[in-house]
Design a protein around this ligand. Structure first.
Ligand code: ARG
Length: 276
């Protein structure tokens, strides 16, 4: 079953003060905090206007990336419908402290919390896991922020069919920077992020693939869009080709401003997680 609540974190302490990915490099101390807050509010209002309950987790001082709530946890339902969550192991030192706050959040909401074993070093949850809930398939990116073997463990805990995708372009460090599922027929991808093998397996699963223009993806994070309901596609404003592709597909484009967050390497998909 598809999760129907949106979890977000107010960007109270958000800034770019280290270089954790290519986008952050030129943007140290370059975030306009007031602008970031108003962009975040804009996104939150879009989810509310689409009828989703938006749940908030308290921001924590010094945890500058906590606003990217996609990355700390992987919530799911087990076969009996019980709420469970696998916690991340963040790659970058600056983000490791975030996970414990998510653990507390889920414990309060009656989730069973699963911590990954020691032999797994990195896993950044919904940054690297893009899920087709209708078909119960988890597309799992690995290579930069997630260890490939994490997915063997996830396969033991969940009943998702897992399709692993190796990421080969270091700029596109999370699967959600180069792949998005709009509905069970349609996906958006940035081809250069995948090996031929990965591309072929994606093609097996989707009838309609929208190929993002490389520059548009870097400028507007189009692959980091989010389509919560198979119909409305929320995306950073400004793309031309992508906007046209979405309209041609018969979907509804909702554009937002996430420019301050793109300076940190994230946009719509990273700024929320869907929870039960
Ligand atoms: N600055 C954050 C990092 O490098 C951005 C995370 C964006 N999240 C995402 N799911 N792509 O970790």
């Amino acid at each position: 079953m598809k999760p129907q609540k949106v979890l977000m974190c107010k960007p109270e302490y958000f800034e770019v003060n280290y270089s954790g990915n290519e986008f952050m490099k030129g943007n140290i101390d370059n975030v306009d905090k007031a602008k970031a807050l108003s962009q975040w509010n804009g996104l939150k209002e879009i989810y509310a206007s689409l009828g989703y309950e938006v749940v908030l987790i308290e921001p924590v001082k010094d945890l500058v990336d906590m606003v990217f709530t996609a990355n700390q946890s992987l919530p799911f339902l087990d076969a009996s419908g019980k709420k469970k969550v696998i916690l991340s192991k963040m790659k970058n030192e600056q983000r490791k402290g975030e996970v414990t706050y998510f653990k507390d959040f889920y414990l309060k909401r009656d989730y069973e919390v699963i911590e990954l074993p020691d032999e797994i070093r990195y896993f950044e949850s919904m940054g690297d896991c893009v899920i087709d809930y209708n078909r119960n398939i988890l597309f799992g990116g690995f290579g930069f922020r997630t260890d490939e073997k994490t997915y063997d463990t996830i396969a033991n805990y969940t009943d998702f069919k897992i399709l692993k995708l190796k990421l080969i372009n270091p700029v596109l460090y999370h699967l959600d920077t180069c792949f998005s599922i709009l509905n069970s027929k349609t996906a958006v991808i940035q081809q250069s992020a995948f090996s031929d093998e990965g591309l072929n397996s994606i093609k097996e699963y989707f009838e309609n693939i929208i190929y993002a223009d490389e520059k548009e993806n870097l400028d507007y994070f189009v692959c980091n869009c989010h389509c919560p309901d198979g119909r409305n596609v929320i995306v950073q404003r400004g793309s031309a080709k992508f906007a046209e592709d979405i309209t041609k597909t018969g979907l509804n484009l909702i554009d937002v401003e996430t420019g301050e967050f793109m300076k940190s390497g994230g946009s719509v998909f990273c700024m929320k997680i869907m929870i039960y």
